[in-house]
Ligand binder design. Structure first.
Ligand SMILES: [Fe+2]
Ligand SMILES: [Fe+2]
Length: 452
């Protein structure tokens, strides 16, 4: 450990010559300026104000492939109005995840921003960009919730907001409560010891957050729908992201993975917007929100990419401890968020689970489909447990995202091979395996329903 500390103390910020050093920071400054000068957030705010579900209800909001259950036998049997509803519900489900992820992002922008501020000089610009991004996220989140609330109410009625099944049926198994305080304190002590000599970079926001005891109240970090890190370790990672320049910059490796996951979906809606516009057709408000959101998020993705891929090379070399923290986080992201194919939600990159099955069950029993328990389970078995087009579509987009993330990983020399090559994600790309997993999960789910 002494060697690690000594190595860190001997490292300097400016290890590169002036031109090399400034390049990524210049890009971040330009990105910040372009972001300030853009009006995409304002466009989203206008769309948010104007949105009324009734004026958008008869139109597809994206290509039919982006509909819940697309490619399944149930989709084939659905009526035209049910198909439109499934298209709207896909949008709702994705942007519900996005809103949760962006709520989380606001905290981490501030936690890491505090560290960049402490570094001073040109690094201050990064903190300002992150603050600006947080303001934009608040407008995005508001718009998503407005559309989602009205859409859910119109399509599923008030029961959409009531949980019909016991929580036990819906909760993914890895969601658990925080570590007991004494265990967290041990990890905290370990972090502090391993990060000795970096106290001057400790995020002031993080300090305040700790003093107000808010760290323990961090909600399960949603990373496009799921906590990217199990709840029990959330405080530990939050503490680390704001504690050293390297860890602050490498939080953005995780964020970049999240950015790519959303882009994987949103770019298709962006293309749909362009097609409608070109043909002079009506553009539904949610389609336009996605279009401007993609443009706004392009600034955020640039921030993530440059911080993750380039800025860390300007910083003191990471210690063994810092490398372990980031690698562990990426490994956990793979196991929780990039771990398999879905048969019923196109472009979702994690396995179908009981939580999703509970949502589909609720949907099939809603007035939209009006199925009995037996009918709902019968259709679910057909959709989850047998090969169909939906699985093939999912497999294609899964492989595309896998290649993109591997390309990105090639730039990060400190990654463990399992992370650089995204081996956990790669091992989850088989359709046969996804069906096998779903047969087992569905069996558990249907027996839970029988005993509920
Ligand atoms: Fe956003
Ligand atoms: Fe963002």
């Amino acid at each position: 450990m002494n060697n690690i500390q000594a190595q860190d103390k001997n490292s300097q910020f400016c290890v590169l010559n002036e031109t090399q050093e400034k390049e990524p920071l210049k890009v971040i400054k330009n990105n910040y300026r372009n972001n300030i000068n853009s009006d995409y957030t304002e466009k989203i705010e206008e769309l948010d104000k104007a949105f009324k579900y009734s004026s958008n209800s008869n139109y597809y909001w994206s290509a039919p492939e982006l509909s819940l259950l697309y490619g399944t036998p149930l989709y084939e049997a659905a009526s035209p109005s049910q198909k439109i509803a499934l298209n709207h519900l896909y949008w709702v489900s994705q942007y519900n995840f996005t809103a949760l992820a962006e709520t989380e992002t606001i905290h981490y922008n501030q936690i890491t921003g505090g560290c960049f501020s402490a570094m001073g000089g040109d690094y201050e610009t990064i903190a300002r960009q992150l603050e600006h991004e947080s303001v934009q996220e608040r407008s995005h989140i508001h718009a998503f919730y407005k559309v989602n609330y009205q859409t859910m109410k119109a399509l599923l009625g008030k029961q959409a907001f009531i949980k019909p099944l016991k929580n036990k049926l819906e909760q993914p198994s890895w969601v658990s409560s925080q570590l007991p305080t004494y265990q967290y304190n041990t990890l905290r002590f370990l972090s502090k010891m391993m990060l000795k000599g970096k106290e001057q970079y400790y995020s002031q926001y993080l300090k305040k957050f700790e003093e107000e005891d808010k760290l323990s109240k961090l909600s399960n970090g949603f990373f496009h729908g799921r906590g990217f890190i199990p709840q029990s370790l959330l405080r530990f990672f939050a503490l680390n992201w704001g504690s050293s320049p390297f860890l602050s910059s490498q939080y953005y490796t995780l964020r970049y993975m999240g950015n790519m996951l959303l882009k994987n979906i949103e770019y298709s809606i962006y293309a749909y917007f362009k097609k409608l516009q070109k043909q002079g057709e009506f553009v539904p408000v949610p389609t336009a929100i996605s279009h401007y959101h993609l443009l706004d998020e392009a600034f955020h993705t640039t921030t993530s990419l440059f911080l993750a891929r380039d800025v860390y090379k300007l910083l003191p070399k990471p210690t063994a401890y810092e490398k372990i923290v980031v690698n562990l986080a990426i490994y956990l992201i793979q196991t929780n968020n990039f771990n398999g194919l879905s048969g019923v939600v196109n472009k979702r990159c994690f396995k179908d689970d009981r939580s999703l099955m509970a949502d589909i069950f609720k949907l099939l029993q809603s007035p939209l489909f009006g199925m009995s328990t037996q009918e709902a389970l019968h259709w679910m078995e057909k959709c989850f447990c047998h090969e169909h087009e939906g699985y093939h579509l999912s497999a294609k987009s899964y492989q595309r995202l896998l290649s993109e993330l591997r390309r990105f990983g090639d730039n990060l020399d400190y990654l463990w091979p399992i992370n650089r090559e995204m081996r956990v994600m790669a091992s989850g790309g088989s359709i046969d395996q996804a069906i096998k997993n779903n047969i087992k999960t569905f069996k558990d789910f249907s027996s839970s329903v029988a005993h509920a």
